[in-house]
Structure formats: C-alpha cells, structure tokens
Design a protein around this ligand. Structure first.
Ligand code: ADP
Ligand code: MG
Length: 234
C-alpha cells in the first residue's frame, strides 16, 4: 500500500503524514549491481536493526539524518527527502574497486580519508564522477559539493569511533544524501554492513557484505555477530 519505490534492498512507502516515509528492509541481497542475487530470511530484520541503531548513534553525535524511529523489526520511519543521485564513498584504507583501478596495495591507508562521488544510475553501472562532472550534470552546486564532503568526513569520524569501540576497523563506506523541504542536505538511505567495509582489527575477518560478494561465509551469521557487538556498546 502506498508503495513509492522498490529497490534492491528496501521498499519505500508513503504514510498518512506528508513528509514521512516508511522504509521496509527486504530479505534480499544483491552484489555487482544485481549480478549476484539471493533471498535470505532474517536479513531485512538485521539491516533494519543495525541501520536504526547507527542512525541513532549518529544523532547522539550531532549528525542529522532522515531517521525518525524504528517501528518494527523490519521497518523504520524517515523524513522524506529528494535523494541527490550520488553515492558518496569515504575510504580510510584501499579496498575493492580502487585497488584495481589505481594499482594500490590492499588496505593501504588513505591519509587523509578520501571522498569520492559515483553517479547513482544502475543502467550506467554507477560511474565515478569528478567534482566538475557533478556540477555539469547539475547534481550539486560547488557549495553543495563542499558541504557533502564535509558531512561525509564528519560521518566518517563518528562511524570510525563507534567501530573502534567494537574493535573493528572501518575500511570504507557509501552514503546517500537528500534535500529536505527546506532545502537542507541530510544523510539518508541506510548505513549497515551492506554499505560499509568493516574488518576485525586483529583477525582482519570481514564484518560486511564482502562475505557474500566473495562467498567466504554466512552473511546472516556475520551481520548478527556485528549486531551483537553493537548491542554490547549500549
Ligand atoms: P536501490 O536499489 O536504488 O539502492 P534500495 O533498495 O536501497 O534502492 O531502496 C531505497 C531507495 O530509497 C533508494 O533508492 C534510496 O535512494 C531511497 N531513499 C532512501 N532514503 C530516502 C528518503 N528519506 N526519502 C526518499 N527516498 C529515500
Ligand atoms: Mg540502496
């Protein structure tokens, strides 16, 4: 009912309240822009619990987001925003596509952390964009680009701090931003092991979607262990 959009991992619904959407996390997982695809009972619940708790942690550390409240095991209420079609990626250590593209050493430190923009467009395979491309495509103004970078780096600091307390290291992550009615840029979408690369500080074991991408373990067990580590922080 009142389904507005169905994506790869979530469904977005309108609610009775004008500026409020309901996001339902699905029991589905994809990798490589849908190349790999599976149904996993309980995955939506874990992502919803983790993402709600991360947004709450963000709020407690002065990072504003679309998150209002979790209303069930698989759903949360958020402020509706107009999503800026950019995937903003922050990298603390080299991993994934950048290792191949630039010939880097895996886990080579990125100091200072690197912020990158990718065009959120599945049919183009989310290509990387320079600031000039972002401006040319009218996705953001020069001032907005600076705000996005500043916000992304602040989110990185808060997330890194949280992970450190869990004895985990934040390798990289992807976030999305949107504009609210007042034109203010806010953090939106999701932050979870689907959208971050996280490794154990000692064992270097992955606590993220790489276990699914690379078929190295059970995604449900991994996410549930991550959630338990988060719970232990409370
Ligand atoms: P996708 O396959 O496009 O990544 P998802 O399964 O992640 O989609 O579903 C969530 C969709 O909802 C995404 O397209 C995301 O940009 C969008 N979205 C996230 N938060 C909000 C919000 N607060 N308002 C409007 N749209 C949102
Ligand atoms: Mg998504």
């Amino acid at each position: 009912m009142m389904l507005l959009y169905e994506g790869k991992a979530k469904r977005v619904y309108r609610t009775e309240t004008e500026d409020v959407y309901r996001i339902e996390y699905k029991d589905e997982v994809t990798a490589g822009n849908g190349e790999k695809h599976d149904f996993l009972t309980g995955k939506g619940r874990l992502n919803n619990l983790i993402s709600s708790d991360i947004f709450q942690y963000m709020a407690d550390h002065d990072v504003d987001s679309h998150f209002i409240e979790r209303i069930s095991e698989t759903e949360q209420l958020v402020r509706s925003v107009e999503i800026i079609p950019l995937e903003v990626v922050v990298r603390n250590f080299a991993s994934g596509s950048i290792v191949k593209r630039l010939g880097l050493e895996p886990y080579q430190p990125m100091t200072p952390p690197l912020v990158e923009f990718y065009y959120k467009k599945d049919e183009l395979n989310d290509p990387i964009l320079t600031d000039a491309h972002v401006e040319m495509l009218d996705l953001a103004t020069r001032e907005e680009i600076e705000s996005l970078k500043t916000a992304a780096l602040k989110i990185n600091e808060v997330l890194r701090g949280m992970m450190e307390k869990m004895r985990l290291s934040l390798i990289d992550f992807k976030i999305e931003f949107g504009k609210d009615k007042a034109g203010r840029i806010v953090l939106a979408d999701e932050i979870s092991p689907d959208t971050c690369r996280i490794v154990d500080m000692e064992t270097k074991e992955n606590f993220d979607k790489d276990v699914y991408r690379n078929s190295t373990g059970s995604l449900l067990d991994t996410y549930s262990e991550f959630y338990n580590k988060m719970e232990a922080l409370k």
